[in-house]
Design a protein around this ligand. Structure first.
Ligand code: Q9C
Ligand code: ZN
Length: 384
């Protein structure tokens, strides 16, 4: 960076640190990296008309297409990015992480459900009968069960509706993630994949938490398959990435580090405690940092600093993979942490200070009116 740019940049950082809150109107104050590669696919638009069951009531799903459109609009307003379309990568990288049973189910369940009348085609598919542990203990695994009912053998929750366009959208989100990774492998220091649906709740044979395929895990596995010995995933979504943790639980070559709301009060409830550190060869290569309700930037940054130290000590030999959620925002409708739009610049700067080539992959974030500004603020932490 030239000296003049450095001086301006320092001033921007000070103004960001000083700004208490902000909204979309302040996007123009943030200087984002020039010519940043932003990858997306329009296939997510057909993963729409979604309903989730929350506290016993059907409500419009928080995970909706407008999330990504809002980020795209804010980025377009904030700088001269290169908006790139995802390149197809086929099924292989997906089956390297997910069981064929899950892939087959997601691919064909909608057509089967329409054919059998399990759906009238107007409402999304949400299972009503789940193969929970005590049922599975009877030796049942869903083999031979018709696909619409078999959804309950592979689904975590009642908030992850499927429609006609869901499978293609989930496939495209993986292609977005892999295309983003390819750009970084090709020499970009930073690239941003606007994955939708998100991924970090999806495990080897399970979908849920708005996620179908684990975009970040698929990228990490792709990096490992390409010869990397140490791949790090940093997850700053509000929720614990139970899927990513499970997938790499026994692996020493993939470090998973996550900051998230304490599962004592927040989805996915069962995982994300600090004492979950991996098993077998993976012991010590999983790190969870659960956070109390209302956590604001100073406590958050102190924890992120520990997470970043963990990653620096691990010394990755592949690009850093970031599961990037903006549901840590103070006004997120389904969350309870206290970060402001300006705070995301500090998060970005801390991650940038790791000084690694970085693959940013979109996870959650449901405050539609602020998600664009939050993304722009975060990117500004990487410098102009
Ligand atoms: N009563 C992501 O942010 N619903 N997924 C929680 C709590 C599921 C969030 C309901 C939230 C999933 C990627
Ligand atoms: Zn989340």
């Amino acid at each position: 960076m030239a000296l003049a740019a450095r001086v301006i940049w320092a001033a921007v950082q000070r103004s960001v640190a000083a700004r208490p809150t902000s909204d979309e109107a302040s996007v123009h104050c943030f200087l984002v990296p020039a010519q940043l590669a932003v990858v997306s696919s329009s296939a997510h638009l057909a993963h729409d008309g979604l309903v989730e069951v929350m506290a016993g009531r059907p409500i419009p799903c928080y995970e909706k297409p407008e999330r990504i459109s809002a980020i795209e609009r804010a980025l377009a307003d904030a700088g001269d990015h290169r908006f790139l379309s995802a390149r197809e990568h086929g099924l292989r990288p997906i089956t390297d992480v997910h069981e064929p049973a899950l892939v087959d189910l997601l691919e064909h369940v909608w057509t089967d459900a329409v054919a059998s009348g399990a759906t009238d085609g107007a409402a999304p598919l949400i299972p009503d009968t789940f193969l929970v542990g005590p049922m599975a203990a009877g030796g049942y695994d869903g083999t031979g069960t018709a696909r619409p009912a078999r959804l309950g053998a592979h689904c975590l929750d009642t908030a992850t509706p499927m429609v006609a366009g869901t499978y293609a959208a989930a496939r495209a989100a993986v292609d977005v993630a892999l295309t983003t990774a390819d750009l970084v492998l090709g020499g970009e220091s930073l690239a941003y994949g606007l994955c939708r649906p998100p991924g970090h709740h999806a495990a080897r044979a399970m979908y849920g938490g708005y996620c179908f395929f684990n975009n970040a895990a698929i990228v990490a596995e792709h990096l490992a398959a390409g010869g990397a010995n140490r791949v790090a995933i940093l997850d700053v979504d509000y929720h614990h990435g139970n899927g990513t943790q499970q997938i790499f639980w026994e692996r020493s070559d993939v470090l998973y580090v996550s900051l998230h709301a304490d599962p004592a009060r927040a989805f996915p409830y069962f995982s994300g405690h600090a004492d979950e550190t991996g098993a077998g060869p993976g012991q010590g290569f999983n790190r969870n940092f659960p956070l109390p309700a209302g956590t604001r930037i100073d406590a958050y940054a102190a924890t992120l600093d520990q997470a970043c130290t963990t990653i620096a000590d691990f010394d990755p030999d592949a690009p850093l993979v970031v599961s990037l959620g903006f549901d840590t925002f103070e006004r997120d409708p389904i969350a309870d942490l206290g970060l402001t739009t300006g705070d995301y610049a500090r998060l970005g700067a801390m991650i940038a200070a790791l000084d690694r080539p970085t693959v940013l992959l979109q996870e959650g974030g449901y405050a539609i009116d602020a998600i664009g500004a939050n993304a722009v603020s975060f990117l500004s932490g990487f410098g102009p």
